[in-house]
Design a protein around this ligand. Structure first.
Ligand SMILES: Nc1ncnc2c1ncn2[C@@H]1O[C@H](COP(=O)(O)OP(=O)(O)OP(=O)(O)O)[C@@H](O)[C@H]1O
Ligand SMILES: [Mg+2]
Ligand SMILES: [Zn+2]
Length: 510
């Protein structure tokens, strides 16, 4: 007898239907799977066989052929196990009376027959619903993220036995109660212990941080150890505009595919990712041998990628960030397919000014030689630095500043101004397909960023003195546009250009 069961594979953030067709025939006993990569086949075959036996079900001693369609799709992961098991049971007539029509089966099987969670469940459910499916059997451990999928009948099961009992009507699994995704984002978005009000002093860095968020620019903080660089960076998500529901959904999907959704089953706050400097290009950008994972830059999508101690990162890893920084997405290629993941993040980096950390400090003396300093800074790739619009010094603060009882301005107050500047940008770019000043291309630059004669003179002087690149010039103009927006000024005034130029300290340090 032949049976057909539907399950799903992932392609980037989209679910793709896969049909498992099982043929159980009289003949020389064999157990064959076609249409899956070799290693995946071997492992899945074993899991399904053991799971059936250990669940007290019969593993047929017949000629078994299991086919996955479409054959040309790069299928991976273990989420087909349950579908294979059910299809085998159906084909060997062990599910008499069960109506399997239109049910999507998702889940990996443990050898003992327990159902294990699968990654990317939410994106799969969303795609499957779009394809017209309404009934799903899923692993109980995925129930939380599945609960955001309204308008579907979802049955969470702990084991193969539970699924079989449900299907033959011996013991029904209660359907999952769904929650409103929209409401959950609102409540999930409330926690973060970071707040700018706890940061003492550092007015220049605070201002640069505000400009960076307001215009979607990248930020580099240079300063001695223990001056608050990491602390400031952690405040970035607290001043960024609230997530829209579409953003929250997209971010949640990425984290689901990466198997990194927490107990909440949803990402309702902007991500803040801090990959270690030993991170490989694969862990940073995504990829993998057997299973393709989104990398740090995709996990940071919609939020912040913080590279602490920038010169410590491998040059090749930093170089790999250049393309996604321009494109806002990353394509991971491997045999059989290319996956694309979104990766629009704000880059924030920090570093010491020199190996000992004290170069340029008003309080302490630097013990490094000129060549040591040069070598240290050379470690940071020029083209990457060129993409960081705001570079700012964070110096030691005095004891009095640190212990003063006065709180700094709160994140909420800063966010208010950021939102104001964002509103101006939304209105300006409504027909341009972009959201922020940082995303402006040549056309927008020439339309919206005319400089006065005086402003242009300031820029020319800096350009010539610091030997800036053309890219650096347009980046300065974009920052000036953001500063003008924060100032509610239609025109970019000389003072705005002047301030924008002041955030190129790295160029000045050479
Ligand atoms: N400006 C500041 N206001 C209040 N507390 C501060 C400030 N700077 C540093 N601190 C205190 O010092 C701790 C260390 O600061 P932080 O980790 O941000 O320093 P850093 O500049 O990132 O140092 P490093 O270069 O070593 O990474 C903070 O957790 C905080 O308690
Ligand atoms: Mg730090
Ligand atoms: Zn030094």
């Amino acid at each position: 007898m032949v049976s057909k069961i539907i399950c799903y594979a992932l392609n980037g953030l989209d679910g793709v239907p896969v049909e498992v067709e099982t043929d159980v025939n009289k003949g020389v006993p064999q157990y064959e799977m076609v249409g899956l990569p070799d290693t995946a086949v071997k492992e899945s075959k074993e899991r399904v066989r053991s799971a059936l036996k250990n669940s007290g079900l019969l593993f047929p001693i017949n000629k078994i052929t299991i086919n996955f369609a479409p054959a040309d799709l790069k299928k991976e992961g273990a989420s087909f196990d349950l579908a294979v098991a059910i299809s085998l049971l159906k084909a060997s007539e062990q599910l008499v009376g069960a109506d399997l029509n239109g049910i999507v089966f998702l889940g990996e099987l443990a050898l003992g027959g327990e159902l294990r969670p699968v990654s990317g469940l939410l994106p799969i459910l969303i795609s499957a619903k779009g394809h017209g499916y309404r009934k799903f059997i899923i692993p109980a451990a995925n129930a939380k993220e599945a609960s955001f999928m309204g308008g579907a009948e979802i049955y969470p099961a702990h084991s193969l036995t539970e699924v079989v009992k449900h299907l033959v009507g011996v013991e029904k699994i209660p359907p999952l109660q769904t929650e409103e995704f929209v409401v959950s984002v609102r409540t999930a978005g409330k926690k973060s212990s970071a707040d700018l009000k706890y940061v003492k002093g550092q007015p220049v860095a605070r201002r640069a941080l505000e400009i960076a968020v307001a215009g979607g620019h990248n930020l580099l903080m240079v300063g001695p150890p223990g001056t608050g660089k990491t602390m400031l960076a952690r405040c970035l998500p607290t001043v960024m505009p609230d997530l829209t529901f579409d953003e929250a959904l997209e971010i949640t999907k990425i984290h689901s595919v990466a198997g990194m959704l927490g107990d909440e089953g949803i990402v309702g706050v902007r991500p803040f990712r801090t990959p270690h400097h030993t991170a490989t290009t694969v862990s940073m950008c995504g990829g993998g041998n057997r299973i393709v994972h989104p990398g740090e830059i995709s996990l940071a999508h919609g939020g912040v990628l913080f590279l602490d101690e920038l010169p410590e990162y491998k040059r090749s890893t930093l170089e790999a960030l250049r393309q996604p920084l321009e494109d806002g997405c990353i394509s991971v290629s491997r045999a059989g397919g290319t996956f694309t993941y979104p990766s629009r993040f704000m880059l924030c980096a920090s570093m010491n000014p020199c190996p000992c950390g004290n170069y340029g400090s008003a309080e302490r003396t630097c013990s490094c030689t000129a060549s040591e300093i040069r070598r240290y800074r050379k470690k940071v790739s020029g083209p990457l630095l060129d993409r960081i619009d705001l570079q700012v010094e964070v110096d030691n603060i005095t004891y009095d500043e640190l212990t003063s009882a006065e709180e700094g301005e709160s994140s909420a107050a800063v966010k208010e101004r950021v939102n104001g500047a964002r509103r101006i940008q939304h209105a300006r770019f409504k027909d341009c397909g972009i959201n922020t000043n940082a995303e402006m291309g040549e056309r927008e630059l020439s339309t919206f960023c005319t400089l006065s004669r005086e402003g242009d003179d300031i820029l020319r002087a800096t350009f010539e003195k610091l030997h800036l690149s053309a890219r650096a010039r347009s980046r300065i103009v974009k920052v000036a546009r953001t500063i003008a927006d924060l100032d509610s000024s239609d025109r970019i005034l000389p003072k705005h250009v002047y301030e924008a130029v002041s955030y190129r300290i790295y160029d000045k340090m050479d």
